[in-house]
Design a protein around this ligand. Structure first.
Ligand code: AMP
Length: 191
């Protein structure tokens, strides 16, 4: 049985860093995938698929559903750890519904929590423009990514709230405090 935890948050919320920390701390039990990083890795491979992905990522637009779902499904299935953390997914209502179908078809994967790292738009913007990761970390693309993040959020929150999966974590604090909150969500049943 695999226990799946999804970590969502605005660009600059720190979701990837937080999840990475946890995976590094518990390497025997936890594996982490960042959806954005998985997609950027494809781009770096220089394949035709990578070119298609880049045309979306560079604009801050969502990569098409089928590509994202294949990426996520492959990551979950290849992981050999009990606890799987995925950040940056789902990012649309379509992805959320497709995940639901995937989970129904794969009863060995149990979705446990969808952790939303909450930061103000101001904090998000300062962090993103400060890090200059690549073509998508400029002001115009940031606004687009923020829009793309916020638009489906109420529906995603409502869906997971109703199923008892949603947990909000205040992302304006230190990484240590945020990580501790996420760890509590992951390990409370078993520690
Ligand atoms: P991130 O590293 O999470 O900021 O994501 C960087 C970019 O990767 C996004 O702006 C999107 O273009 C793409 N991306 C990441 N996650 C997803 C997703 N779940 N669905 C579609 N595109 C995504």
């Amino acid at each position: 049985m695999k226990r799946l935890f999804l970590i969502i948050g605005a660009p600059g919320s720190g979701k990837t860093t937080d999840a990475q920390r946890i995976a590094q701390k518990y390497p025997e039990r936890v594996v982490h995938y960042s959806t954005g990083e998985l997609l950027r890795a494809q781009v770096e491979r220089g394949t035709k698929l990578g070119e298609t992905i880049a045309s979306y990522v560079d604009r801050g637009a969502l990569v098409p559903l089928e590509i994202v779902m294949d990426t996520i499904e492959e990551a979950i299935k290849e992981s050999d750890k009990e606890i799987v953390l995925i950040d940056g997914f789902p990012r649309s209502v379509q992805q959320m519904e497709a995940l639901d179908r995937m989970l129904q078809a794969n009863p060995q994967i149990a979705l446990e929590k969808v952790v939303e790292i909450v930061v103000s738009p101001k904090t998000a913007k300062e962090r993103v423009l400060g890090r200059g990761r690549g073509a998508d970390d400029n002001e115009e693309v940031f606004h687009n990514r923020m829009q793309v993040y916020l638009e489906p959020l109420p529906q995603i929150e409502a869906f997971y709230q109703e199923r008892g999966h949603l947990a909000k974590v205040d992302g304006e604090r230190s990484i240590e405090e945020i990580v501790q909150d996420i760890e509590k969500l992951i390990f409370h049943q078993q520690q």
